[in-house]
Design a binder for this molecule. Structure first.
Ligand SMILES: [Zn+2]
Length: 81
């Protein structure tokens, strides 16, 4: 899932790996080439594992819609069609 939070150290944009309604892993977002898009700080990565810490945006679409990863992906929630 794409997720974000307010953070003063990084963009706060990350991927929340969820299982059974709980976050078990937070990683930086990567595009389809495996390049990290938005770096996240250690606080976000390691200390924020509560669903309450994050705003869950929804399932990642970036892998299927290459347009998003080209240029104009600015972190706004993308509409799932
Ligand atoms: Zn952060």
């Amino acid at each position: 899932m794409n997720a974000h939070r307010d953070c003063d150290k990084c963009t706060g944009k990350a991927v929340a790996w969820m299982y059974g309604g709980e976050i078990y892993r937070i990683t930086a977002r990567k595009d389809r080439y495996g390049e990290v898009h938005d770096f996240i700080c250690n606080t976000c990565r390691f200390e924020k594992k509560n669903t309450a810490d994050w705003v869950i945006e929804g399932p990642r679409e970036i892998d299927r819609h290459s347009v998003i990863s080209q240029n104009h992906y600015d972190g706004a929630s993308t509409t799932v069609r």
